[in-house]
Design a protein around this ligand. Structure first.
Ligand SMILES: NC(=O)c1ccc[n+]([C@@H]2O[C@H](COP(=O)([O-])OP(=O)(O)OC[C@H]3O[C@@H](n4cnc5c(N)ncnc54)[C@H](O)[C@@H]3O)[C@@H](O)[C@H]2O)c1
Length: 371
């Protein structure tokens, strides 16, 4: 009887994380021992902002990722509901929910990868920079938690404005003495996914066959698609270059306006590439850019070779301290920052514009912490 009650308490414990700690004190099964059924080893991943538009779908996709053995879902609202829902999926990852600041440290302890889509999204007429005042503080608080509880985790930062939130995160980590530039990655994968889609439309080919490097940052003119380096090799007219560059740079605004106040891009980050290769369910070829990027980071952590993605990272590719470019992912995070390659005149002019705006956004982020 007592044993049955204990078993039921364990099963429902994901809804009440604070109870887990109490139980663990008197239990032979500790959370740290907890593995997916079948005992498959895997990575521990936390999503901060898991109840939001991006967070919920990202949680779903990571629950399906066989590289994930433990999935922690943290939010300031609705985390128990999302957790209960996701935890009923019959995939291997063990899911636990954490609600509100008092449970942040429990959500983060022991994590290998922390993904942050917490914060407000844009409404029509807003730039990503308009989100700064709210999101800067949120990112600061969450990153302080990371320094306390999992300072060696890879961090995928999604919250906008990424061009400023990455410098904020870096300053928080520096202050705590835990900054490893290779482990902090701003997620710009959506820009690449959009670029692949729009270029494929112009070329009339399958977007899965297209690879467009997108460098710089993650806002307006700082998003710089390198159309001269598209794979497969191709050429565009100057009208096509103007159209594509403008559409890739303003793809986010296209979604914000179409959603008319109901949020920004949450579902559009699709394209069957890396995620599909290792997915349990080969028919689910569409994955969030964020899920695909997280998957690439996990394959890097596993030691897979040749994982290259664009990301906004600490960089020496330009004179700026942070820049988005292709990076090689490995056990140590972004282990190598790849050079930009040859740029044409149009791209060189775009790079100068991008650097000017990026420089201001980076300064704004740094000042938020150091002021
Ligand atoms: N990098 C990119 O490519 C990209 C793309 C789209 C959106 N975004 C950005 O991602 C963020 C989230 O977008 P969304 O559409 O999911 O927004 P949303 O409003 O649907 O979800 C945000 C979630 O964050 C939670 N949250 C707020 N404060 C928090 C805190 N202190 N701790 C934990 N969670 C907290 C909210 O409760 C909510 O559930 C926005 O900043 C948006 O601009 C980035």
């Amino acid at each position: 009887m007592e044993e049955a009650a204990h078993r039921i308490a364990m099963i429902s414990s994901h809804l009440h994380p604070s109870d887990i700690q109490q139980m663990e004190r008197g239990s032979v099964v500790r959370r740290s021992d907890c593995r997916a059924k079948g005992g498959a080893p895997g990575f521990k991943v936390a999503i901060l902002g898991a109840a939001g538009g991006i967070g919920q779908s990202l949680s779903l996709l990571l629950k399906m990722n066989p590289l994930v053995s433990v999935l922690h879902l943290y939010d300031v609202v609705n985390a128990p509901g999302v957790t209960a829902d996701i935890s009923h999926m019959d995939t291997a990852a063990v899911v636990r929910g954490f609600l509100g600041q008092p449970q942040l440290d429990s959500a983060l302890t022991g994590m290998d990868l922390v993904i942050i889509p917490a914060g407000v999204p844009r409404k029509p007429g807003m730039s990503r920079d308009d989100l700064f005042n709210i999101n800067a503080g949120i990112v600061k608080t969450l990153c302080e938690g990371i320094t306390r509880c999992c300072p060696h985790a890879v961090v995928n930062l999604i919250s906008n404005p990424v061009n400023s939130t990455i410098p904020i995160a870096a300053e928080v980590f520096k202050k705590a003495g835990t900054f490893d530039p290779k482990m902090l990655l701003g997620v710009t994968k959506l820009d690449v996914v959009r670029a692949n889609t729009f270029v494929a439309e112009v070329l009339g080919i399958d977007p899965r066959e297209v690879e467009v490097p997108v460098v710089g940052g993650h806002a307006g003119v700082t998003i710089l698609p390198l159309l001269s380096q598209v794979k497969p090799p191709c050429s565009f007219t100057s009208e096509e270059i103007n159209y594509l560059t403008d559409r890739i740079q303003n793809g986010g605004t296209e979604v914000v306006e179409a959603k008319a106040g109901a949020g920004s891009a949450t579902l559009s980050m699709v394209g069957p590439t890396a995620f599909q290769n290792i997915c349990f369910f080969p028919h689910i070829g569409q994955a969030f850019a964020a899920a695909k990027f997280a998957d690439a980071c996990l394959r890097g952590l596993r030691g897979d070779a040749g994982i290259v993605e664009c990301a906004f990272v600490a960089s020496q590719v330009t004179e700026l301290p942070f820049f988005a470019s292709k990076v090689r992912l490995g056990r140590g995070g972004a282990e190598e920052i790849l050079p930009l390659g040859l740029l044409n005149e149009y791209e060189r002019a775009g790079l100068e514009k991008a650097k000017k705006e990026l420089s201001e956004s980076i300064k704004k982020g740094v000042t938020f912490i150091t002021k």
